[in-house]
Design a protein around this ligand. Sequence first.
Ligand SMILES: Cc1cc2nc3c(=O)[nH]c(=O)nc-3n(C[C@H](O)[C@H](O)[C@H](O)COP(=O)(O)O)c2cc1C
Length: 307
Amino acid sequence: MTPDLSVKIGNVSFKNPIFVASGTFGYGLETKELTDPSALGAVVTKSITRHPREGNPSPRIVETPSGMINSIGLANMGVDAYINDVAPRIDEIGTAVITNIAGFSIDDYLYVMGRVEKSGAPICGYEINISCPNVEAGKMEFAVDPELTGRLTEALRKMTSKLLIVKLSPNVTDIVSIARAAKEGGADAVSAVNTVFGMSIDVSTREPHVHTNVGGLSGPAVRPVGVACVYKISRELNIPIIGIGGITSAKDAVEYMLAGASAVQVGTASFRHPDIGRSIIGELEQFLASNEIEDLSEITGGVIAND
Ligand SMILES: Cc1cc2nc3c(=O)[nH]c(=O)nc-3n(C[C@H](O)[C@H](O)[C@H](O)COP(=O)(O)O)c2cc1C
């Protein structure tokens, strides 16, 4: 029997739980020569902002042990181009599309969501990148403050009935309190995690490898951080969780699911193998069949943890 890979998050049914992560798969249209995006459970777009952004000066990526550091700085086409150039072609992607939004004030996020909602773009929902400095709060990141996260989520919830996912940062003292604020603000799900602070220095020149000195670490190096964040949230809160960080195989995806994830996103691994999402889907099917698991709900939250 073919195992059922479909998963429901909020009101949305996805054909499988393997999504691709924001910032690692463009807007979903660019990768068609390298892979068939229609096989994926969903494509999450690069973060879209109110205005187009060039991002940070280069160098802005460096390879590190089992991962990479990036300081892209939210380079993106801006919401106007997204609506005019990408939205009319979304159906070509052939699977669910989740638009990721970033902003530097609550108004920024509301503006972008308002524009996308009004455009009627055929997306299934939004992922909110809250790892952004709020210029109205001394550049404190939304992601580090439950009150700000709650207020932002509540305001966005009023604007859409589509799936609303809040993407959490691991660079916080208590990720559960931020997840709780997102849930109470009306989020349908949380995704965890965004990149982990990282720095790498060239010891001969004494210069940091990325222009911004400190950047965001991703790849297998961060997987245990992501799994622990998912586990902590799932133990405390009843909200669907999408696991992210260092996934390169079905085994990694299952690890996140055992910790409590309903679905996962693959990021950095797509840079090495753009087709890896599809391979993981095939591997996951085999894993379920050989373990006689009929349904993913038998795995989610299934870790046998110690008291
Ligand atoms: C080059 C690069 C760009 C990224 N850009 C974004 C972004 O625009 N918005 C966002 O929410 N996350 C962004 N991320 C974070 C990823 O979506 C993901 O949360 C993180 O990389 C951990 O997953 P991974 O280890 O599978 O890459 C980016 C990551 C990388 C490596």
